[in-house]
Design a protein around this ligand. Sequence first.
Ligand SMILES: NC(=O)c1ccc[n+]([C@@H]2O[C@H](COP(=O)([O-])OP(=O)(O)OC[C@H]3O[C@@H](n4cnc5c(N)ncnc54)[C@H](OP(=O)(O)O)[C@@H]3O)[C@@H](O)[C@H]2O)c1
Length: 261
Amino acid sequence: MQTKNPTALITGASNGIGRALCEEFAKDGYDLILAARSVVKMQEIAANLQTHYGTHVTVIGVDLESVSGPAQLHAQIKQSGIVLNVLVNNAGYGIFGEFKNNDLSDTLGMMQLNMNSVVILTKLFLSDLLVTRGKLLNVASTAAFQPGPFMAVYYATKSFVLHFSEGLACELEGAGVSVTALCPGPTASGFQDKAVMQTSALIKNKKLPSAESVASSGYRAMKRGKRVHITGFMNNVLAQSIRVTPRNWVTALVKQITKSI
Ligand SMILES: NC(=O)c1ccc[n+]([C@@H]2O[C@H](COP(=O)([O-])OP(=O)(O)OC[C@H]3O[C@@H](n4cnc5c(N)ncnc54)[C@H](OP(=O)(O)O)[C@@H]3O)[C@@H](O)[C@H]2O)c1
């Protein structure tokens, strides 16, 4: 059921940055569609948002890593006649470790979720966004700006998300649809456990920014229609300095700051 409020679909809404984004949209008067696999967790989040903000929330359990998952999600939303104002492609994860040791089917599954599901959902919902002159928010990463030894495929998937988003943003100039690539650095969430990267120098003994602070900054960037938003001052400095540093130096540095310690 669609109310008079604008509607946002948030993938990966059951935890971390996606969950925190739900709160940003709810505060701003959006109706929400929460999509991920953990239905019970999303029902709890929905109940909380309904209590605090009176938000109308629909929860959809879906595995977006399965080839048919994105189309199933689209079909279910279309059946209820909802037209989206915002699509947030946030669901994703990383795999830490040497490529030669990582399981190939796990790697392909991550690529399916981090890249293919983003493209499929964008393709399926773009007609909604063109009608509503809406917004697309794709969660990339600071990993998008350089190669990433020990997370080589994950970094490459996020480069894909960044470049896809920027290319599409340019194509859609004048069409009334904004595209924002949100690029957080390491952020406290379920990401580190899922990637099994507790020993990585990137995060070990580090105090990471909260998912809430990343979501709040990303939400404001999306509202402004900013194309690429890197969260945090140092993340910005690093992403910019990489552009004038020899690529081999950058990759060697990332190896040092990512390796197990
Ligand atoms: N945390 C970081 O350091 C960091 C930094 C830069 C970028 N990012 C990006 O931020 C995004 C959100 O990650 P997070 O940090 O918030 O991690 P998180 O706490 O682990 O949350 C990941 C979300 O993705 C969902 N998800 C995972 N696999 C899924 C699947 N097969 N189908 C549907 N949903 C699935 C999870 O829900 P279910 O398990 O319930 O399905 C969960 O809601 C990701 O794209 C990640 O790459 C994270």
